[in-house]
Design a binder for this molecule. Structure first.
Ligand code: FE2
Ligand code: FE2
Length: 286
C-alpha cells in the first residue's frame, strides 16, 4: 500500500460520535439495550430513520412501530443495533454526494446482500453470532466506499484498468490502493472493534492463522454467494475467487453450498427491501 495513501487515510475525518459509540458496543458484552436506546434517542435524525426502516416492507409489521423501545421489542436488541449501525454508516458515506453515485449505490446493495448471506451462512454452519456476522458483512467493503468517497480520481484510474481487462485485485496492487488495506487502515483510524476489523481487512484472504477465522470465512463465502446474485459490486467487474479451505473449514461441501446458493437467491427481495430502506428511498408505511 502506497505510503501517502495511508497518510491520507489517517487524515480522514473521525466517525460521527453516535456511530463510533454504537460500533464500540459490538465488542462489549456489558452493553445493554437501555444504553443503546438512549444513544439512538439522542440522535433525532437516526431515530427517525430507524423507525422508517422498522416500518418498512422489509419487516412488514401490521402495526406501526412508534418508538425505539418498541423497535427493540419487535425486532430485538441486536437487530436494532445492526440497523442503527448500518443507517449511520450509510448516512455518513451516502452515495448521493459521490461522483460514482451509481457504483456506490450498487456497492451498498452488494454489502446488504453479503450481510444477509452472512446471517444465513452462520445459521447453516452453526456459527454462534449471526448478528455480528451480519454487521461484519455489511461493512466488509467499506474500504471501497471510502475510496469512492474521498479518492474519486484514483477510483477512475482503477476503473479504467479494469475496463482493459485487469482484475480488481491486480489493478489495486498496481495502484497501491487495495480495498482491504484501506480497510485495515480505516479500522485503525476509526478504532473499529476487532470482529468487524477482521472481516473488513481479510475477506479475500481468509487464513486459519487469523483471529476470528470462522467469522472471516463466513464473510468470505457470503461475498462469493452475493456475487452469484448479480447485484453488482460497486466498481468491481470480475468475480472474487472462492477459497476452498475456508469452505471446508465451515463444513460446506458441494451440495450444501449449492443449497446455500438457492437460499441466498430466495432472499433477493428482502435484500432489495432492506437496501431501499437503508438508503432512504423506500415508501414508509404509516
Ligand atoms: Fe471486497
Ligand atoms: Fe464484497
Amino acid at each position: 500500500m502506497a505510503k501517502n495513501f495511508l497518510r491520507k487515510i489517517r487524515n480522514l475525518p473521525t466517525l460521527p460520535e453516535v456511530l463510533a459509540s454504537i460500533l464500540a458496543t459490538l465488542d462489549d458484552p456489558r452493553s445493554s439495550a437501555v444504553e443503546l436506546e438512549k444513544k439512538i434517542r439522542y440522535d433525532q435524525a437516526l431515530t427517525t430513520k430507524l423507525l422508517a426502516v422498522a416500518n418498512s416492507a422489509y419487516y412488514g409489521f401490521r402495526h406501526p412501530i412508534t418508538s425505539v423501545g418498541r423497535a427493540v421489542v419487535a425486532v430485538g436488541y441486536n437487530e436494532v443495533r445492526n440497523l442503527a449501525l448500518g443507517l449511520s454508516m450509510v448516512g455518513y458515506l451516502h452515495p448521493s454526494t459521490f461522483r460514482h453515485r451509481q457504483a456506490a449505490r450498487q456497492l451498498w446493495l452488494h454489502s446488504v446482500a453479503v450481510a444477509e448471506a452472512c446471517r444465513l451462512v452462520s445459521k447453516v454452519v452453526g456459527y454462534e453470532d449471526g448478528d455480528l456476522a451480519f454487521t461484519a458483512g455489511l461493512l466488509h467493503d467499506v474500504g471501497k466506499v471510502v475510496l469512492m468517497a474521498f479518492f474519486p480520481d484514483d477510483v477512475d484510474e482503477l476503473i479504467k484498468r479494469m475496463q482493459q481487462g485487469v482484475g480488481l485485485m491486480e489493478a489495486e496492487r498496481e495502484l497501491g490502493m487495495g480495498h482491504q488495506q484501506v480497510g485495515r487502515a480505516l479500522a485503525e483510524h476509526w478504532e473499529l472493534p476487532e470482529t468487524v476489523r477482521m472481516g473488513l481487512s481479510y475477506h479475500h484472504e481468509p487464513s486459519p492463522r487469523l483471529a476470528n477465522y470462522p467469522l472471516v470465512a463466513v464473510v468470505h463465502i457470503s461475498d462469493y454467494l452475493a456475487h452469484g446474485l448479480n447485484l453488482g459490486d460497486g466498481y468491481r467487474l470480475d468475480r472474487p475467487e472462492l477459497n476452498n479451505a475456508a469452505l471446508e473449514s465451515l463444513g460446506l461441501s458441494g451440495p450444501r453450498l449449492a443449497e446455500l446458493v438457492k437460499e441466498v437467491a430466495a432472499r433477493r427481495d428482502d435484500i432489495q427491501r432492506l437496501w431501499e430502506a437503508l438508503l432512504g428511498v423506500a415508501p414508509v408505511r404509516g
